[in-house]
Design a binder for this molecule. Sequence first.
Ligand SMILES: [Zn+2]
Length: 232
Amino acid sequence: MVKVAIGAGHGFYTKGKRSPNDEREWFFNKQVVEYAIKHLRDYDGIDVLRVDDRTGKTDVPLQERTDNANSWGADIYISCHHNANTGEWGTWTGTETYTYEGNWNEAEKLAGIVHGKVIGAYGLANRGLKKANFHVLRETKMPAILIEGGFMDSEIDIKKLRDDSVLEKVGQAIAEGVAEYFGLKKREKSTSDIHRLIVDGKQVIALKDDDNLLNEVKSYLGKAKEIKIQKV
Ligand SMILES: [Zn+2]
């Protein structure tokens, strides 16, 4: 079992850490984390520990985050952030990924793979791999990376951060990067994963993909008297 610790930087109420329009960095970060976890579940043999507070109410202290990852015995640590420059709107742009100062072959390998995939997902400038003395990179006992996805105070980047489909692609890119780093294969969906959707007593569709199934359910909400989901 591969153990992945992942977290969204900050909390909803953390001072500063917001776009010039008062959009919270944690909110952008947590969407990436949620999509990453969702897509990590497509692979066999991955266990996930989320180190931030999923409600956003608390900005979990950095020491607590790294202590939890260390005592859980995480194999890697991924921290998701979005950048800011002046706090006023500007045209700076791009994605960068950090590892701890010095030479850390495994962390650099992980950063290289994941960064290569997330720059494609954001579709912003590639600011490259960087080094920093950040707490979560320094105090973790496993290879750790920190992704600064794009600038919240960039007129260019904010368009991507506000786009749910971009953030899902980023989460998926992180999951694919982790899978590639560990050499994991995607789980094959079996027929036992097929569900039929029965609306007012009549089967309307049978689907393998959970998201598509839930979208179908939504399309009948408010119209149907009874919606049933049944395993095939
Ligand atoms: Zn941050």
